[in-house]
Design a protein around this ligand. Structure first.
Ligand code: NA7
Length: 519
């Protein structure tokens, strides 16, 4: 091991996305020595890892940015929903303003962390042998740090090019004139499909479950318009902390069947016209818990989608008469021209429910109808071992040498989704049992980041050595998370990263905090 105590900080943060940068900035301002270890070669978190064609955020500005005035005051976005290139430029700008990079050690992939009781410090090891001994360990690795590729028969035999969306080559990939197959129609799949369909010779989409995608209604932004809006930013950023999803808008404070059919049709049309997540979030308060209300929301969505598709068979595959899961039980993507793509002659949709994948062959993908789909490129838009996968792939050992993976194999337990008993002086954010999937990233991160920073400051200024989550407290938090999950229709989806059930043999419980709003 290379002992590098010269960089052993008071606090080690893992990850340099929104969470890592926010926490570093605030802890450093308090005078502590802080370092970030970052696996990639630059900052930007999820926007560093995801550079597949069409990668873009589904939350609009100024909701999706830091709320620090020293940052938003001089920054101008060019689009309401920025793409990954602009988000990377934003992180460059953040670095220029806050001088972040100087405290990040890049290409440091953390593989192990052991809590040493005699010194009450963590011993953290990176893949290259670097070892540091921070007092506090803060994991800001996001919920999508571990990509998932299904274990398909013959996968190694494919002679063409294949990539997972989160492992896309930085230099890009020329898909012009290629026969491309894509597995997965989640947020990443939808974005890739609509971006590449026009360029490729043939696009074959292997869909297991249709995405209930919503119209993004993207728009260009200019400086003068944004400058005028900036007088509202403090209120907008304050308000986003107070809404249940961390956005500008809340669920509509009425139950669906307390309205007339005409009233709700008007409401649906208005939310639809606004675009983004309005139709999901600012819909009636009970659509997440009442199946009959949810069915109405689904039917309106289905009819809107079907209007855009020419082929009745494709209509049924993309917007089925019988919903495979409740509306909102899985995260809808925001789309720009996703549905029109399926009217193109070079796009083929394979419904894996009707015809499953038998194996990957050297030349493509063989389906159960004995057709070999000849492909030059296979794109795995198959998601992540989400939420816990990024944490448990690090060999983290707390009191008594117990590993976090073993602890959570018996069921996830955290206190407030911020810490877990037996792992003192360690915090995580935007992870298990916190609002994660149900909260705009920067909002959740700033709230959790403030809590962690305040806690560390309290300990440092009072010369307290150790903080450890209490088992009783985490039992109560787990009870609340599961209770909220149990009344939510979210648990009705068959395969969902919200439940961990997208990974074969994994959990099937809502391990995220989902606020329930009932009127
Ligand atoms: P998601 O949303 O988990 O989507 C993964 C997709 O891959 C989804 O359509 C899955 O189908 C599909 N999938 C997964 N395994 C298989 C197998 N074995 N065969 C066929 N299809 C499969 O990941 P994304 O990267 O799109 O988005 C993740 C989050 O990142 C997103 O919610 C945003 O918050 C950002 P399924 O629906 O499970 O039937």
């Amino acid at each position: 091991h290379i002992e590098t105590d010269s960089i052993s900080p008071d606090i080690l943060i893992v990850g340099a996305g929104f969470g890592g940068v926010y926490t570093l900035y605030h802890l450093r301002k308090l005078g502590y020595s802080v370092r970030i270890f970052k696996a990639a070669s630059d900052l930007g978190g999820v926007w560093r890892n995801n550079c597949y064609p069409g990668a873009r955020v589904d939350s609009e500005v100024p909701i999706y940015e830091f709320s620090l005035e020293e940052l938003w005051r001089e920054w101008t976005w060019t689009e309401k929903f920025p793409g990954y290139k602009e988000l990377r430029l934003y992180f460059d700008y953040v670095d220029r303003k806050l001088d972040i990079r100087k405290d990040i050690v890049f290409n440091k992939y953390v593989v192990k962390a052991v809590f040493e009781t005699d010194t009450a410090r963590w011993k953290v090891m990176a893949e290259d042998g670097t070892v540091v001994h921070p007092r506090f360990l803060v994991l800001c690795i996001g919920f999508a740090a571990k990509a998932y590729v299904p274990d398909l028969k013959g996968i190694e035999s494919f002679q063409g090019i294949s990539h997972h969306t989160a492992k896309w080559p930085e230099e890009g990939l020329d898909l012009k004139g290629k026969r491309v197959g894509i597995i997965g129609t989640g947020a990443s799949g939808v974005q890739v499909i609509q971006e590449i369909a026009e360029d490729v010779e043939q696009l074959t989409v292997f869909q297991r479950t249709p995405n209930y995608a919503l119209a993004m209604r993207q728009s260009k932004l200019d400086k003068s318009g944004q400058d005028k809006m900036k007088v509202l930013y403090p209120a907008i950023h304050k308000h986003r902390r107070e809404t249940s999803f961390g956005y500008r808008y809340q669920p509509f404070p009425k139950n669906l069947f307390d309205t007339t059919p005409s009233e709700r049709l008007l409401h649906f049309e208005e939310q639809w016209a606004l675009g983004g997540f309005h139709y999901l979030i600012h819909n009636y308060a009970d659509i997440g818990v009442n199946q009959a209300a949810n069915d109405e929301v689904y039917d309106f969505w289905k009819n809107k989608v079907r209007e855009r598709l020419h082929d009745p068979d494709v209509q049924e595959k993309l917007a089925p008469s019988i919903p495979p899961h409740p509306f909102g039980a899985k995260r809808p993507s925001l789309e720009q021209n996703y549905y029109e793509i399926y009217n193109r002659p070079n796009v083929k949709l394979i419904d894996l429910g009707q015809c499953s994948i038998v194996e990957v062959t050297p030349n493509g993908i063989l389906t159960a109808d004995d057709i070999e789909h000849k492909l030059d490129v296979i794109i795995f838009a198959t998601g992540f071992d989400s939420v816990t996968g990024g944490i448990t792939q690090i060999d983290i050992r707390g009191l008594g040498g117990k590993s976090i993976k073993d602890k959570w194999a018996e069921g996830i337990a955290t206190n407030l989704g911020l810490a877990t008993a037996g792992f003192p002086n360690m915090f995580f954010m935007y992870g298990p049992q916190s609002p994660t999937a149900f909260c705009n990233g920067p909002t959740c991160i700033e709230i959790q980041g403030d809590w962690i920073v305040n806690c560390i400051e309290h300990m440092m200024s009072n010369e307290l050595t150790c903080i450890n989550a209490q088992e009783e407290a985490e039992k109560e938090w787990r009870r609340q998370v599961l209770l909220l999950g149990s009344i939510s229709l979210v648990t009705k989806a068959k395969t969902s990263w919200y439940l961990g059930s997208n990974i074969p043999g994994s959990y099937f419980t809502l391990n995220l905090y989902r606020m329930a709003l009932l009127t």
